[in-house]
Design a protein around this ligand. Structure first.
Ligand code: ATP
Ligand code: MG
Length: 256
């Protein structure tokens, strides 16, 4: 299988703090993998280095075999890396549909001048963008909310919207930072049912999740970090039997 992502010996230091220490793993096309670890383990930092928010201190990141280490987040977005953030990031005054269309605009950098001049090509792009946005909302079952303001959405719908915005850019690799965190059991199930079906059909997915039951049920594989080091890379349903992982989580309530 083709490797979509190949993380090779990534180290990230913030001053004297080593947030990631020589982390390596790869992700094959079509996989759904979980990135797991206690608070502060380095999960979001790893997402930030893969998505180009900041470069690693050392190591390499390859996307479909091409070295993309140090490229900007815009460049990586154009190359097919999309992500959601741990905290919901939406334009609160915009509607659900406008949020998705805006994300597409930023992604495709629709010609602003074309928009000002109201050129036919711009109008055509606009029409196509709106159609794609509507299709993604329908796919995730939230088209019924499309005219609602983002600020008025319940968290479960707002989080699905952040996934819709990312998915609308038709990424190769989608990084979801705690998509189910903060959701009720029903909302989390709805999210994960969609991620493991409609979303994974369309792209390779790496997601951060604390709950081992969710990871074991939905993910193919798990990579576990502790203090910035990889301590596990294997079957998602084998996590709860792994001594190093169990020890890393001792005293933490999320093993249930
Ligand atoms: N921009 C930054 N500048 C300085 N330190 C940072 C920065 N980002 C993260 N860190 C530190 O790096 C370590 C890893 O943080 P990170 O946010 O990656 O953990 P995490 O695994 O995502 O944790 P959580 O489960 O709480 O989201 C922490 O000690 C954090 O304080
Ligand atoms: Mg985090």
């Amino acid at each position: 299988m083709t490797k979509v992502l190949d993380v090779r010996g990534i180290t990230k230091r913030f001053g004297g703090l080593t947030a990631l220490a020589d982390v390596s793993f790869d992700v094959s096309s079509g996989e759904l993998i979980a990135l797991v670890g206690p608070n502060g383990a380095g999960k979001s930092t790893l997402f930030n280095t893969i998505a180009g928010v900041f470069p690693p201190t050392s190591g390499q990141i390859l996307l479909e075999g091409v070295d993309v280490t140090g490229k900007s987040s815009h460049a990586l977005a154009r190359l097919g890396v999309a992500r959601t953030f741990q905290l919901v990031t939406l334009f609160p005054e915009m509607t659900v549909l406008e949020n998705v269309v805006h994300g597409l605009h930023r992604h495709t950098r629709l010609a602003i001048l074309g928009g000002l001049l109201n050129l036919p090509s711009y109008r055509e792009d606009e029409r196509r963008g709106a159609a794609r946005a509507e299709a993604v909302l329908a796919l995730l079952g939230i088209a019924g909310h499309k005219r609602e303001r983002a600020s008025e959405l319940p968290l479960g719908i707002a989080k699905l919207l952040t996934v819709a915005i990312a998915l609308a850019t038709q990424p190769k690799l989608l990084l979801l930072d705690e998509p189910a965190a903060g959701l009720s059991h029903e909302e989390a199930t709805r999210m994960m049912d969609l991620v493991s079906t409609e979303v994974r059909k369309r792209c390779t997915v790496v997601l951060v999740e604390h709950n081992m039951r969710i990871v074991g049920r939905y993910c193919d594989r798990a990579v576990v970090l502790q203090f910035g080091r990889k301590i596990y890379n294997g079957r998602a349903d084998g996590l709860v039997k792994d001594e190093a992982v169990v020890n890393a989580y001792l005293g933490v309530a999320e093993m249930d």
